[in-house]
Design a protein around this ligand. Sequence first.
Ligand code: ATR
Length: 281
Amino acid sequence: MKRAFVVGYPISHSRSPLIHTFWLREAGITGSYERLAVEPAAFPDFANTLKEQGFVGGNVTVPHKEEAFRLASVDDQVARDLHAVNTLWLEGDRLRGANTDVVGFLANLDQEALGWDGRLGRAVVLGAGGASRAVLYGLLLRGAGEILLANRTFERARALAAHFGPKVKPVAWEEADTALAGADILVNTTSLGMKGQPSLELDLGGLPETALVTDIVYVPLETPLLAKARALGLRTVDGLGMLLHQAVPGFERWFGVRPLVSQQLRALVLADIEGRSQGAP
Ligand code: ATR
């Protein structure tokens, strides 16, 4: 029996076990996917002894992604550029790592808004945390001409923009409204709009009618930002698909079957969200 895991600290909110257990059953594979809380000080020991513990690999979430990058042998260019690993597996005795957050972000948009990157001029990204890094990377990969990055703490936006080079331009949080003029896509990567958090107060009036609005928050599934965009007739994509799609490559590595992000899976996770209503990935 193959055993995989998701490791974080804390970890109780993770919906990854629900996703992978669904896929295991669907594929008729005898395997398991466990949720593990491991403190930062204990993480290196944990990651270096996967084989002894009987694991084939697993997912890594906050706050271990950077440490996982340092511990694993990494060929994956995305993980190298982001200095963050969210998927671990064993190749013989070697600990290998990759980053599937960018693939998750892009695959969600590809599935839900085909052709969204056809004419990607200006993008606006809100937030400058770990999720923002993956989003910026993905938008640049798909040829975004210019990305305006707004964050409450300007210094974080400045530092992240500097990391990505001249196409990413930091803007003041108060200027997010005006930055929307002429934007092809708006992405919220902040926690604003998540259940229990304040909502994102933004005037979307400047967005062209062809713009796409997407949120990485998925609890609630339709955040106040997405509701406002929909009311204006704009295309919207919710954040649940990013969570589901980032899980695909790991499952394929550990269990040897490429799983599908189906309506049935979405419905299962949605039912859990509606039952539990906690917003973290
Ligand atoms: P993650 O790695 O998931 O992106 P994070 O590093 O905690 O998480 O980042 C959360 C983002 O939400 C940050 O951009 C944060 O802004 P700061 O850098 O100024 O902290 C943003 N955020 C959280 N609460 C906010 C609020 N009340 N108003 C504006 N931005 C907020």
